[in-house]
Design a protein around this ligand. Structure first.
Ligand SMILES: [Zn+2]
Length: 335
């Protein structure tokens, strides 16, 4: 008779994905390869690591809750030293080179060193070099037994069709705000702050969890204060404000991620301001309400709407590699 086991994993949302993996695990029908598809910071890597830990856990066949978090295999996975777990990720701004996939392929062809299975996680699999993608395809075409590959991707449509057709694709959707709030409260965050973080995280558990950190939270509050000043100070002052927030270098992908997140936060605040200025009642956390009211007093809803549209299109421009400074200065000019 099957053991009554369950995946009681410390993640927010993704119940369907976890249930699917749990069923496969209990039935012994674990796939050779999966693609975890969904937006950045949504929790794909967290689930991938927990699934890997479960597959390698020494008590997986005997404990009710897996992974057990107590065996030496679990400890090694958490320390990143398990000999049968391979995690591949690209260097920032670069493609994953063929050598890494070749070396992975030869490692996977050997028997597991510690247990019964080898697991490989390939992060951002859409960033494989063409050679690396072909090496991965070969691995998928001749899967060695007891091997599981997990690819994560925020753009699964950019993967080679021959690769994606050989994997089970699992889609990660944003977590519900109330799930995020509950989870943050359970981790010790005060309720009002949890509500505010959930609004900004937009279903991305990685963002929500990172904002539990005091510095990250202050940074978020600061970005709301910045846009409020941008929209209410004199035109001359706006450029000084822009100058003070721009990163020192404006080329790396980290700066682009920062810029995207900034416009994303601003668009959430502007959305609230549009609603308030059109007379809709919004229940907002107090600090957020202060910023929203200040902006809505200064501009009418048509103006706020056009600024909101600017923020949304700004994120596209950032992805298209338009110079960050130019985008922020244009925003300051149109304010
Ligand atoms: Zn364990």
């Amino acid at each position: 008779m099957a053991l009554k086991m369950k995946f009681d994993w410390p993640i927010i949302g993704h119940r369907q994905v976890v249930r699917y993996l749990e069923t496969a695990f209990i039935n012994g029908s674990i796939g050779h390869a999966y693609i975890f598809a969904g937006p950045a910071s949504i929790g794909k890597m967290s689930v991938a690591k927990l699934f890997a830990q479960t597959l390698l856990c020494e008590r997986a066949k005997s404990d009710a809750n897996v992974p057990c978090n107590g065996c030496s295999s679990c400890n090694e996975v958490r320390r990143g030293t398990h000999p049968d777990l391979y995690t591949l990720h690209r260097a920032q701004g670069e493609l994953l080179p063929i050598e890494k996939l070749r070396s992975l392929r030869s490692s996977l062809s050997l028997r597991p060193l510690a247990g019964y299975r080898k697991v490989a996680i390939i992060e951002e699999a859409e960033y494989l070099s063409p050679g690396a993608a072909n090496a991965l395809l070969k691995t998928l075409e001749e899967p060695s037994p007891h091997t599981t590959l997990i690819l994560t991707s925020s753009s699964p449509d950019r993967l080679m069709r021959t690769i994606s057709s050989r994997c089970q694709m699992l889609f990660f959707s944003p977590a519900k705000d109330e799930d995020i709030v509950q989870s943050l409260i359970a981790r010790g965050t005060p309720k009002q702050r949890a509500i505010e973080i959930a609004a900004v995280a937009s279903g991305r558990q990685g963002v929500a969890l990172s904002m539990m950190d005091e510095t990250a939270y202050d940074d978020f509050q600061n970005s709301l204060s910045v846009i409020t000043r941008l929209l209410t100070d004199s035109p001359m002052d706006r450029f000084t404000i822009i100058e003070s927030i721009l990163p020192k270098s404006v080329s790396s992908s980290q700066d682009r991620a920062w810029a995207e997140e900034t416009f994303s936060r601003w668009s959430l605040l502007l959305r609230d301001a549009v609603l308030v200025s059109s007379g809709m009642k919004r229940s907002l956390p107090s600090t957020r309400k202060h910023y929203v009211d200040t902006i809505a007093r200064k501009h009418n809803s048509a103006k706020l709407n056009s600024l909101l549209r600017f923020c949304i299109s700004a994120r596209k421009l950032i992805q298209q590699n338009v110079q960050i400074r130019l985008i922020f200065e244009s925003f300051a000019l149109s304010a």
